[in-house]
Design a protein around this ligand. Structure first.
Ligand code: ATP
Length: 334
């Protein structure tokens, strides 16, 4: 998933970092989450306490990491970043928690992928700011209580539904991030273009925004690809047609669908007669992990009305047939 996933190229990473908004005021869109989170932080500042734990959920690239950084910035606190898959043993978590400084913000990305024992340790840490560390094995094992400094956990997950109830309940605030509108993505793009010193026309911005899958990370990524194309073709002022040509070359279609999105739709239509088909079967057909299809491709396809979720499985809508240029078969459920 070269378009959605964070990039491995150090220069691109540096650029991605530079484009991150640093304050809530700079953060485009997500009005409700921004307002509610702003209130949580302000109240904590007035009470001179650490802010309540925050859970952020939503598809990748909508700004969860950025918001965690903003929380730290606004609270004037240091930020520690880790992720669920990095915490395999409860000892890993105990080591991180016990080394936090008072007030520190702990960002735990992909929190739904933490191991069970670590998750249970986290319950207690979030609630009572202490953990029980088990020392030794078998009959000689003892549990040593460890006091923790007060901290704010910012958890991120692609789907809040993947979290066990007891964990979800321990967050004081949950923010559900939504896909961005085209107008919001245009604002993200204008800000980024200014920062990387790129001249793009109004229509040029709209063309890139329309193909950005409602996702700021993708918008920024596409802007850089358009920049590359313009550089190679000696274009200094990027117009709509330039953006369209460049992005078509990168296999991003006029609706923002990329290769994975299209292969999901094509598999659904060509291999499974439009469905219904189970998610895991569909994932195998496109050679991806079930979670990737479910959390990366599907939310956008559903939002665009191209894919439906039914109790019997996934189905392609008439709009999906039209989009990939296949005739709608007779007797289609629609
Ligand atoms: P993941 O869950 O995959 O880590 P994420 O939701 O944490 O994704 P971020 O890394 O926070 O996404 O954001 C991706 C990029 O998109 C950032 O580099 C940032 O520049 C940009 N971005 C995200 N949200 C906004 C926003 N609201 N306004 C402007 N830029 C944004």
């Amino acid at each position: 998933r070269d378009i959605v996933q964070p990039t491995a190229d150090p220069e691109e990473r540096a650029l991605e970092g530079a484009l991150r908004p640093k304050t809530l005021g700079d953060f485009v869109g997500q009005e409700r989450v921004r307002e509610q989170l702003g209130l949580v932080l302000k109240a904590a500042q007035i009470r001179e306490r650490t802010a309540d734990h925050v859970l952020l959920s939503g598809p990748p690239g909508l700004g969860k990491t950025t918001l965690a950084m903003i929380v730290a910035q606004e609270m004037g606190a240091p930020l520690r970043i880790t992720s669920g898959p990095a915490i395999q043993h409860s000892g890993d978590l105990a080591a991180i928690l016990s080394s936090l400084v008072p007030g520190e913000i702990l960002f735990l990305d992909e929190i739904h992928r933490m191991s069970r024992p670590a998750e249970e340790m986290l319950y207690m840490a979030m609630e009572d700011f202490r953990v029980d560390v088990i020392v030794g094995k078998g009959a000689g094992a003892t549990s040593i209580p460890l006091e923790l400094p007060p901290f704010t956990l910012v958890g991120a997950t692609t789907r809040a539904g993947l979290l066990p109830g007891p964990l979800r309940d321990r967050f004081g605030f949950t923010g559900q991030l939504e896909f961005y509108s085209e107008a919001e993505l245009e604002l993200v793009l204008r800000r980024s273009a200014l920062l990387i010193d790129l001249a793009v026309s109004g229509q040029g911005f709209s063309e890139i925004a329309r193909r950005s899958r409602g996702t700021p990370r993708i918008a920024n990524r596409l802007l850089r690809r358009v920049r590359d194309w313009a550089l190679v073709h000696g274009v200094t002022n990027i117009e709509q047609s330039h953006a369209a040509t460049a992005l078509t070359m990168y296999e991003v279609d006029e609706r923002g669908l990329d290769r994975l999105d299209r292969s999901v739709l094509l598999a659904l239509i060509d291999k499974f007669g439009g469905g219904p088909v189970g998610l895991s079967t569909l994932a195998i057909a496109v050679g991806e992990e079930t979670e990737t299809v479910e959390t990366v491709a599907e939310p956008y396809l559903v939002r665009e009305g191209l894919l439906g979720r039914t109790p019997r499985g996934r189905v392609a809508t008439p709009a999906a047939y039209a989009h990939v240029g296949r005739p709608l078969p007779e007797g289609h459920w629609s």
